[in-house]
Design a protein around this ligand. Structure first.
Ligand code: SF4
Ligand code: SF4
Length: 139
């Protein structure tokens, strides 16, 4: 009975005293580098002209198992659809990546960003402006 407990403690002690096996980082001075397939915060994409790629088809909101995407579509004066409202509630998102997989326009990707702390509840509702990639400055 006591033997497995002692084995467990010995293993813990071994890892504790072995500096080469440190798995924590001194955040925020040091940043963790995510694995290549890590799914973090979302990013709405633009095409090369800076136009939003999302056409508000609603597939991402339909497939989302957490129902955390709020989308309202509209049409511009050329009859093109776009998302007038696009919000993700990050407190409900489980970062499954289904929204990225289902998007027919490659308009949404989960990136390697993982810092989403906020001291306000609504700080976790990411609106379109926050999700969109910034416009590239013209040279
Ligand atoms: S990652 Fe999953 S849970 Fe999060 S918004 Fe996309 S589909 Fe919904
Ligand atoms: S992000 Fe993609 S799947 Fe979601 S509404 Fe826009 S075009 Fe459709």
């Amino acid at each position: 009975m006591i033997l497995p407990l002692l084995r467990g403690l010995a293993l813990t002690l071994k890892h504790f005293l072995s500096p080469s096996k440190i798995v924590t980082v001194r955040y925020p001075e040091e940043r963790w580098t995510p694995y290549p397939r890590f799914r973090g915060l979302h990013e709405l994409q633009r095409d090369q002209d800076g136009k939003e790629k999302c056409v508000a088809c609603g597939l991402c909101a339909t497939v989302c198992p957490s129902e955390c995407i709020r989308l309202e579509g509209a049409e511009n004066d050329r009859g093109e659809r776009y998302a007038e409202v696009y919000e993700i509630n990050m407190l409900r998102c489980i970062f499954c990546g289904y929204c990225q997989e289902v998007c027919p326009e490659d308009a949404i990707f989960l990136r390697q960003k993982y810092e989403l702390a906020s001291d306000k509840g609504d700080g976790f509702i990411y609106d379109k402006e926050r999700l969109l990639t910034p416009l590239k400055k013209k040279q």
